[in-house]
Design a protein around this ligand. Structure first.
Ligand code: ADP
Ligand code: ASP
Ligand code: MG
Length: 407
């Protein structure tokens, strides 16, 4: 389909009626320019958090299935209001839920993955010259259940639809005007990047940066979908996400950005007998419950006893503990401890692979700032340190300076 773009508007960009009217005018301008446009919208402001709080008031542990249905309403409200605002301006807009948009998912209700998209209803609207406004973050299962794709996943809806509709590009529009060298909320001197590679933005997302949902970056790379991250308030060039081999040569060999993640809960199983099958026994139940496990550290054993530590999202901490405790007991571990006062700080960049010196530089910077490193993990293009949550902003600013990211 030629001349089609998908635009995604984040929660802050649709937080009230005036902002929604502004979004409607922006979508209308694209339509007026002769480009077909599909808008994907998030829930207004803090709606999703409010819905979680509301659910907790009626049930201590709401079921995943009902939680997904509840969460899906936030995005539906925005899509209906945005379509109404466009209609009021004289445009033919049609609001669609994820179900109506044909987004089929698996049955992990609150963290579902897209299996298939049949955008027949969207195409019908487009073919008639209309503007589809799709509720982000949601889909449906074979069983006719409504699902949601995980926190922050409206980005993923947008990129997936762009791929399914063979759009020219996907624009992720938000309250910041691009991808910065660090979260501008904690590093005032952070700088907007003109370009970043899929690989780097994916690592940033995995390291906790909210700038783009990790699965959106993954999909974009897998299908070669051009993605632009930009401002929803101003029409200005944002950050273009490109293939690594299209990055300017000089810019390639360096640290690209700093990411931090406060959503870290840590579980430690202390005094585990060191024998085959232990890691499997611990992590298999977590995987079966679709709990994402991140930083895993197993200490060198002394006298055949070891400690296993790992991190999960804070929202999963209680559930993970409940699954791990009986397993730990069965294997004769000494105790299970947990913490929700830790955070991660990461440096990301394709330059890391070729520069072993960067790790030492990172540890040195943290040491100088008096920040204790609890544990360290690395990937080819990322170094992540687990530190005290209270020291995250300081760590980010110090690392930003060390790696000369303001230049
Ligand atoms: P949306 O609702 O549009 O999806 P989010 O609130 O999820 O927006 O994400 C936007 C926020 O991400 C920004 O306000 C910013 O504070 C934060 N952020 C974290 N890291 C970065 C970064 N590297 N570049 C830009 N923004 C970042
Ligand atoms: N409203 C959802 C959330 O807050 C999805 C999104 O905004 O992307 O997580
Ligand atoms: Mg987001």
């Amino acid at each position: 389909m030629a001349g089609l773009i998908v635009q995604k508007y984040g929660g802050t960009s649709v937080a009230d009626a005036d902002l929604i009217k502004g979004v409607a005018r922006r979508v209308a301008r694209v339509h007026d320019s002769g480009t077909k446009v599909v808008a994907v919208v998030s829930a207004m402001g803090d709606t999703t958090d409010d819905l979680i709080a509301l659910a907790k008031q009626v049930a201590p542990e709401p079921s995943d299935r009902e939680m997904a249905l509840l969460w899906s309403t936030g995005e539906i409200v925005t899509s209906a209001l945005t379509a109404m605002a466009l209609n009021a301006l004289g445009y033919d807009a049609t609001a669609l839920t994820g179900f109506q948009a044909g987004i089929v998912t698996n049955a992990f209700h609150t963290r579902a993955q897209i299996l298939d998209i049949d955008p027949i209803r969207i195409r019908r609207v487009l073919d008639a010259g209309g503007i589809p406004i799709v509720a982000g973050f949601q889909g449906w299962t074979e069983d006719l259940d409504i699902t949601v794709l995980g926190r922050g996943a409206s980005d993923t809806t947008a990129v997936a639809l762009a791929v399914a509709l063979e759009a020219d590009r996907c624009e992720i529009l938000k309250d910041v005007d691009g991808v910065y060298t660090a979260d501008p909320r904690i590093v005032p001197r952070a700088r907007k990047l003109d370009a970043i590679s899929y690989e780097e933005v994916l690592e940033l997302a995995r390291a906790g940066s909210q700038v783009l949902h990790p699965r959106a970056a993954e999909l974009g790379e897998a299908y070669g979908m051009p993605i632009v991250v930009g401002s929803s308030f101003r029409e200005a060039p944002g950050t273009t996400i490109v293939r690594g081999d299209q990055m300017p040569l000089e810019g390639r060999q360096r640290v690209r950005a700093i990411a931090h993640d406060l959503d870290v809960g840590r579980i430690t199983i202390v005094g585990v007998p060191d024998r085959p099958g232990i890691a499997y026994a611990v992590f298999q139940p977590l995987e079966a419950a679709a709990i994402n496990v991140d930083v895993i550290v197993q200490n060198v054993s002394h006298e055949n006893v070891t400690d296993i530590s790992f991190t999960v999202s804070r929202a999963d901490l209680t559930r993970a503990l409940r699954l791990v405790r009986p397993v730990a007991e069965e294997m004769g571990a000494r105790e299970v401890t947990s913490s929700d006062a830790l955070a991660t700080i990461s440096v990301v960049g394709s330059g890391l692979a070729a520069n072993p010196g960067y790790a030492a530089k990172m540890f040195g910077t943290l040491a100088q700032a008096g920040i204790n490193i609890v544990s360290i993990t690395t990937s080819e293009i990322r170094i992540t340190c687990l530190i005290d949550e209270a020291q995250v902003a300081e760590a980010a600013r110090a690392l930003h300076q060390t790696f000369q990211l303001e230049e």
